[in-house]
Design a protein around this ligand. Structure first.
Ligand code: ZN
Length: 137
């Protein structure tokens, strides 16, 4: 794949109420969007530095992926998201290269992006997200 930049870093947090003021203070910028992604059982909050975002992820259910992540590893970086152009082709390319996909076909993520995850077993233990902003074109 040929990502154009790191779109965002996903950080698992126990509480957005605690994490938002912390990250606002750390980065000297305000959270500009809070959005629930029901399908993923998360509430997300975004801050932006340059063209890269910090995505804070709070679980909305005990059995959600973020709750499970925190249970196993504690709070911290949960995934890295790369911006790509042509996400369908990029997924096909990854699959052809033997990389395991979590999402066979792209789906809707937060911020109006089209997203798909690659399996951490194929990416050195780093949960990797591909994102494309299809609204931009
Ligand atoms: Zn993400």
């Amino acid at each position: 794949m040929k990502p154009t930049h790191i779109e965002h870093l996903g950080i698992a947090v126990k509480s957005l109420d605690t994490a938002i003021p912390l990250w606002e203070k750390l980065l000297g910028t305000k959270c500009y969007n809070i959005e629930e992604v029901a399908e993923q059982k998360v509430r997300t909050a975004f801050l932006k530095i340059g063209q890269t975002k910090i995505e804070l992820l709070e679980s909305t259910a005990e059995d959600g992926p973020i709750a499970k992540f925190i249970e196993k590893k504690g709070e911290g970086i949960q995934h890295v998201a790369f911006a790509v152009e042509g996400i369908e082709d990029t997924l096909a390319e990854c699959e052809a290269a033997g990389i395991r996909l979590i999402d066979q076909t792209p789906r809707k993520g937060a911020e109006g992006l089209t997203i798909a995850f690659l399996h951490p077993k194929s990416t050195g233990g780093v949960l990797t997200e591909l994102c494309e902003d299809k609204n931009k074109k």
